[in-house]
Design a protein around this ligand. Structure first.
Ligand code: ZN
Length: 285
């Protein structure tokens, strides 16, 4: 005899649910989803909201495990969505914490969303002149006494390498099938073309400190002080850093969150700007 997955009573020889139970369950789900989706902006205390949702869940034969999984999925998506749009505010951060507490979700349960919250705290801290303390995975990295702000683990470091090739030549010219066309000999020499190639230098951790970017991997370590960085470009999967100095080739770091990296580096570079000297601030008067 099969038992109904909702009410636990016998449902028939081959059936695992009662039609009425399934309907009750689905109706309750339809009521709960919009409440959870709007939970971040709901002005009610988190406990009160949880109470209401819990009541609907019990009445609709939704198990506590199912409700928890649902809340977890909605809240994590919500956090990622908000963080992709703007810097999470202190209020949003606290509200999210209250909701997780009310629904009994541990930081482990919300996984990457917890990391997203931490990133937002780091950025907010920088805006307010505070450095949020972080734990480094890589304990070996030498930080020159600087304070770490973030660590991108498993980062790939690339430089560009220029290759000169002659293209054109006898194979490179497109010869048309036509009468009366004369191909001059000079067309066959080809021309040197410079192509930029990415060359992987290492895989390691990229630690961003208050003053520089330090990449550390087995066999390869570099330090790029913000004062020497001329520009940073963010791509969908990497950041490119161009520095002043002996090594003028761009350094490219593949990181898991380039938009966070761009936000972080923008703030830190601004913090490292030289304060205007008296002469400069006088505007050359
Ligand atoms: Zn049933």
């Amino acid at each position: 005899m099969g038992l109904c997955r909702y009410c636990g009573r016998p449902a028939g020889l081959f059936r695992r649910e009662h039609h009425d139970c399934a309907e009750r369950h689905d109706q309750a789900l339809a009521k709960i989803k919009p409440i959870l989706e709007g939970a971040l902006n709901d002005t009610r205390p988190a406990d009160e909201l949880q109470g209401q949702v819990n009541f609907i869940a019990c009445d609709g034969l939704i198990s506590p495990e199912e409700l928890k999984a649902l809340a977890q999925s909605k809240f994590t998506k919500d956090i990622e969505r908000v963080a992709a749009d703007h810097l999470l505010s202190q209020q949003e951060d606290e509200r999210f914490g209250d909701l997780c507490h009310a629904f009994d979700l541990s930081p482990d349960a919300i996984g990457s969303a917890e990391c997203t919250l931490l990133k937002a705290r780091v950025l907010r801290g920088l805006d307010e002149g505070e450095i949020v303390k972080i734990d480094l995975d890589n304990q070996e990295v030498w930080l020159h006494g600087e304070q770490p702000v973030w660590e991108f683990t498993e980062s790939q470091y690339f430089t560009t390498h220029t290759r000169v090739q002659y293209i054109g030549g006898s194979h490179g010219v497109s010869v048309r099938v036509a009468k009366g066309v004369y191909y001059r000999a000079s067309s066959f020499h080809g021309e040197p073309v410079r192509t930029e190639e990415l060359v992987e230098q290492g895989v390691g951790s990229l630690v961003v400190t208050t003053e520089s970017m330090v990449f550390d991997s087995p066999g390869k370590a570099i330090r790029l002080p913000f004062k020497k960085i001329l520009s940073v470009h963010a791509y969908p999967d990497a950041i490119e850093v161009l520095s002043d100095g002996i090594n003028k080739r761009p350094a490219i770091f593949k990181v898991d969150d380039p938009s966070f990296a761009a936000n972080l580096l923008g703030r830190l570079r601004a913090n490292n700007e030289e304060p205007p000297t008296e002469a400069a601030s006088l505007g050359g008067k």
